[in-house]
Design a binder for this molecule. Structure first.
Ligand code: HSE
Length: 437
């Protein structure tokens, strides 16, 4: 005899580009979603700010402006939060959890600021809290870190986790487009917002990096712990030099474990900045608005996760995956894995990070320039790998690629270089990763 299928009622907070696709796909794929969940999944209420905006394909009677009525509705079992921002999303999620509802969210900014509070609240309330869509859109990366790789030891996570900036940098690299023109193009295509600050100054990527680092290293990491640089200072000249030297410039988020010299202790650093990588590195082939996350583990070795990091339909895929997972758990009376921050590693200051650097200097083209520049590197214990000089009349450009050095040593080198009489300008300093040692 066929058992009667249970029905789980879903409420959604927000109905923008992602929410509208979630609602549409829940209806279009309802039979498959029900068969996979073991329960019917019915979207019963959606809160929006403005009821007058047309949302074709979604039944008008589902909409309300009253989000509280969703998180306090005893008939709603699961809540999807896609409104974004910190408040009221934080308060609404906490209320939903207290009221025994499982929560699925795509809200990276909220997780990066208040993750610990939300994980604690879901533990206290014995409800599931899933957020795969918060980092890298459709790409399954959070559950692989939290579940598939949890038996391994992650050493490093390095990713392209902002599609807008990757689109801009791809245009600059492949078409020689200026930063401003590439940004305009990204805005016209709908990748970049009218105010592009969150993307181009790496706030978006820093929030995602904090979430990735927390899972990878079992440590509480917030967006404040992430060293952040944007791409707005990258010039066409930087891109041309990178290209000539066989590199590609990408905005990379890097979370890594650092050994503390002379002890068994480990710290982590988390950073987001423009980075040169060799053109044959797997991340170099990630073009346009695609994302990819490269994970290095002690036992699994190197893995790469690639796909669409944004957009309504791809992000809805991750949300529906979470929805089915929490529905299955609810039917079985179980809960998914909870966050572990047992390792509680210290987050080291950026100064201890070790990497390579490419420094472009505008110098006077006179005898002795190379000697004083080289001496400044040597004084700071920064070893030079290659130096290139491009002459330009009375001036010249020196392009110095270093061996691995600490950020602290590099910062002091750059300070002193800027004070040298023969150095007219420090044109740029870009970190270099992925060069075989
Ligand atoms: N603005 C983000 C990006 C969207 O460009 O990747 C997803 O967070």
């Amino acid at each position: 005899m066929k058992r009667e299928r249970k029905l789980l009622r879903v409420g959604m907070l927000g109905c923008g580009v992602v929410g509208a696709e979630v609602a549409r796909l829940m209806v279009a794929n309802q039979d498959d979603l029900a068969a996979r969940s073991g329960a019917g999944l019915e979207i019963v209420k959606i809160s929006v700010r403005d009821l007058s905006i047309p949302r074709p394909g979604i039944a008008a009677e589902l909409f309300t402006t009253d989000s509280e009525s969703i998180v306090n509705d005893p008939n709603i079992d699961l809540v999807i939060e896609v409104m974004g921002g910190i408040e009221p999303a934080r308060h609404l999620i906490l209320t939903a959890m207290k009221n025994g509802k499982a929560v699925v969210t795509a809200n990276k900014a909220l997780l990066a600021k208040h993750g610990a509070e939300l994980f604690h609240a879901s533990d206290e309330a014995d409800v599931d809290f899933y957020y795969e869509a918060a980092v890298a859109g459709a790409i399954p990366i959070l559950r692989p870190l939290a579940e598939s790789l949890v038996g391994d030891r992650v050493e490093r996570v390095m990713g392209i986790i902002n599609g807008t900036t990757n689109y801009i940098l791809t245009k600059m690299h492949e078409d020689g487009t200026s930063f401003e023109d590439a940004l305009n193009e990204a805005q016209l295509l709908g990748y970049a917002e009218a105010d592009p600050t969150a993307d181009i100054e790496s706030f978006d990527a820093a929030a995602k990096a904090a979430i990735l680092a927390g899972l990878a290293f079992h440590t509480q990491v917030t967006d404040e712990d992430v060293y952040r640089e944007g791409i707005s200072k990258i010039t066409s000249d930087d891109v041309a030099v990178a290209k000539e030297m066989g590199f590609v410039i990408k905005l990379l988020a890097i979370a890594e474990a650092n050994e503390v010299h002379g002890s068994d202790e480990e710290t982590i650093t988390v950073r987001v900045h423009p980075t040169m990588i060799p053109k044959n590195h797997p991340l170099a082939s990630v073009r346009e608005a695609f994302n990819a996350v490269f994970v290095q583990c002690q036992s699994a070795g190197e893995l790469m996760f690639y796909g669409r990091g944004a957009g309504g339909v791809p992000t809805a895929s991750a949300i529906l995956g979470d929805l089915v997972a929490v529905a299955r758990n609810r039917i079985e009376g179980s809960l998914g894995p909870t966050e572990t921050d047992y390792a509680d590693l210290d987050i080291a200051p950026m100064g201890v990070t070790k990497t390579r650097y490419l420094i472009r200097l505008e110098v006077m083209d006179v005898p002795g320039v190379l000697a004083s520049v080289a001496a400044t590197f040597a004084m700071n214990d920064v070893s030079i790998l290659t130096v290139r000089q491009d002459g330009r009349g009375a001036d010249a450009e020196l392009i110095v690629l270093t061996h691995i050095a600490t950020e602290a040593a590099l910062a002091s080198t750059v300070d002193q270089l800027a004070k040298l009489h023969v150095v007219k300008d420090v044109l740029s300093v870009i970190r270099v990763e992925g060069v075989p040692v």
